[in-house]
Design a protein around this ligand. Sequence first.
Ligand SMILES: O=C(O)CCC(=O)C(=O)O
Length: 260
Amino acid sequence: MYAVNDAEHDARATSPFSEDSDSLFDEPQIAMRTAPPIPGLFVAPIRLPLELANDIVQQCMNLYFDGRDVNQIMLFGRTASEHNQNMGSGLPTFLITLLHWLAEMLRDHLPEKVHEMLFPPKDAPQRARQAILNLYHPGEGISPHVDLLKRFDDGIIGVSFGSGCVMNFERVQCQEELFGEAGPLDRNHWDLYLEERSVLVLSEDARYDWTHGIDGKQKDFVSGGIDGQGEPDWIDRGTRLSITFRWLLPGADIVGGPDP
Ligand SMILES: O=C(O)CCC(=O)C(=O)O
């Protein structure tokens, strides 16, 4: 089953993978280190600088997670452009700094129209941006889901901190076949290892026609070496923080209004 993800906390709370799902009889899939050929999915060949990443993790832990029994936080901001300080006014300064860094660094690694969708030009209408922070301890994951179609627009940026993990992608139309008799339709399923401090972008097909999710595992089986050419190896999961930026659709930012 997959969820079209309305309340993301449901995907965390009801994850069928909230515990290590490896068994003696599972054939471990080898996750790739480079972006699978899903239209609209990009893994930029850049990593956040360690100092910036450490600062962001520390601020998130201090402000939202330390001493509290929560694993997910949602924040909202309004933005007009990447060129002014309102990259998401309402968001904390460290997230604005992150957005500015992303806007600059992704420019050379995304098609122009995708970059413009994520970081609109100066004269574009104001939009509402959501930042969702997810904290995963080893063994925890998130159910496969498509972000809610009526709440979020196209263009999602995901940044990993503290640990890598494998993200699974499944083509939506093949869910039933995957869980039925049809056998492994592996080209409708990709496992991608998200490196710590890496940046993932989901747009177009990758955002609408594929689910994304994270199995609740203690370790991941990943193709070898940086270039993926070596022998595959197990990589232990540490505590991972992810920050995901999404656009709210018009009206979806109004609290207390009709359910979009
Ligand atoms: O942790 C991640 O990278 C994914 C988060 C996600 O898919 C969500 O919050 O909807």
